[in-house]
Design a binder for this molecule. Structure first.
Ligand code: 3MF
Ligand code: MG
Length: 344
């Protein structure tokens, strides 16, 4: 029996439809309703920004932060849910305007490290050891505004500070090449793993791969996953889709490129990802046009498509494909793949 996949969800995946050109179009969803949706749709893990778990944590003393995070853990326990990860949300705070760890302002850099340490405290109280580092604004819009050599050292300092905050903490870096910045300092999985390898404890630094982020970097998400899986470093995924090089769309998994989605599922299957216990998350957003009553359909669809593609990966005609490869008949392999994807 193949191990079952475990799925996770973040509260930001049930959004209100705001975009850079217009305000929210749906009512706010309470955290309790997020938990209810997770249970209903069969998502076992909850992904947190630090302040999703402990609102206003900037203004609370450490003991209060811990107490509130423990209360949150109880809410999870009561619903049969677990915390998958905590991500320090540096990019929405005024100190994070020019990035946190790589800000040109020393006060902001100090703040970013302190806030990240608090995120570790939150994670530990929630009973999870994974810290997701999305270096959202760690980069430039005006290339000459920061020194990339200094920035790499600052990123490394931040990683080491998080590792130092708890011997249990593991970091999954979630690289993205652009947006909100023009050029990010940690744009790909290769960059993330290289930084991790130079850290104080390389065994505790891995990656989270978001499909759309790889596509925005002009890379194939399944190859990025394969690279991380080969190193035993793929500790979470944000599956979604992206229709070419434009803003980060966060569409339903498989919506733009079903074959690309199949290849991602296939590489996870080939590596036995489910056996590692790591979660499958979908960083998807409901379309702005979606009415509130069905604004979680994108999550249900992504999970359903993922599971259909698991079946497709498991029933893939491996022998036939191997024969095509052995005779270097890649046209026949192309046909084999396409026919399999189209078959009932
Ligand atoms: C970035 C992320 C999140 C963002 C989320 C909201 C962990 O891809 O996964 O951080 O906050 O996407 O837009
Ligand atoms: Mg993501």
């Amino acid at each position: 029996m193949a191990t079952a996949y475990r799925f996770s969800i973040g509260p930001w995946n049930i959004g209100r439809g705001a975009d850079p050109f217009g305000p929210p179009v749906r009512p706010a969803v309470s955290f309790d309703d997020v938990l209810k949706t997770a249970v209903q749709l069969g998502f076992e893990g909850i992904q947190f920004h630090d302040d999703d778990a402990v609102p206003d944590l900037e203004n609370l003393p450490p003991a209060r932060i811990e107490a509130e995070a423990k209360e949150m853990k109880k809410r999870l326990d009561d619903n049969g849910l677990v915390a998958e990860f905590v991500a320090p949300r540096l990019w929405e705070h005024e100190h994070g305007i020019d990035g946190g760890y790589t800000s040109n302002c020393a006060t902001a850099r100090k703040w970013a490290i302190e806030r990240s340490k608090r995120a570790v405290d939150v994670a530990m109280a929630l009973g999870c050891d994974l810290i997701v580092m999305w270096p959202a604004r760690e980069g430039t819009a005006v290339r000459e505004s920061k020194n990339p050599i200094t920035a790499s050292a600052q990123m490394l300092d931040a990683i080491n500070a998080i590792l130092g905050a708890s011997p249990k903490a593991r970091i999954a870096i979630e690289p993205k090449p652009n947006e909100p910045v023009d050029h990010a300092f940690v744009p790909t999985i290769g960059h993330a793993l290289a930084l991790g390898a130079r850290s104080a404890d390389p065994a505790r630094v891995g990656v989270l791969i978001e499909s759309a982020h790889a596509i925005l970097a002009g890379l194939d998400p399944s190859d990025e996953m394969g690279f991380a899986l080969a190193a035993g470093k793929l500790w979470s995924v944000h599956l979604n889709d992206q229709n070419g090089l434009k803003f980060d769309q966060d569409t339903v998994f498989g919506a733009a490129n079903l074959r690309g989605a199949f290849d991602q599922v296939r590489v996870l299957e080939q590596a036995g990802y489910a056996d590692t216990g790591a979660f499958v998350g979908f960083d998807v957003k409901a379309q702005r046009t979606q009415k509130a009553a069905s604004a979680t359909a994108h999550l249900a669809t992504s999970k359903a498509i993922f599971l259909r593609l698991v079946e497709k990966a498991r029933s893939f005609p491996e022998k036939q494909a191997a024969e095509c490869i052995a005779s270097r008949d890649y046209e026949a392999l192309e046909r084999t793949v396409l026919e399999h994807l189209l078959s009932a």
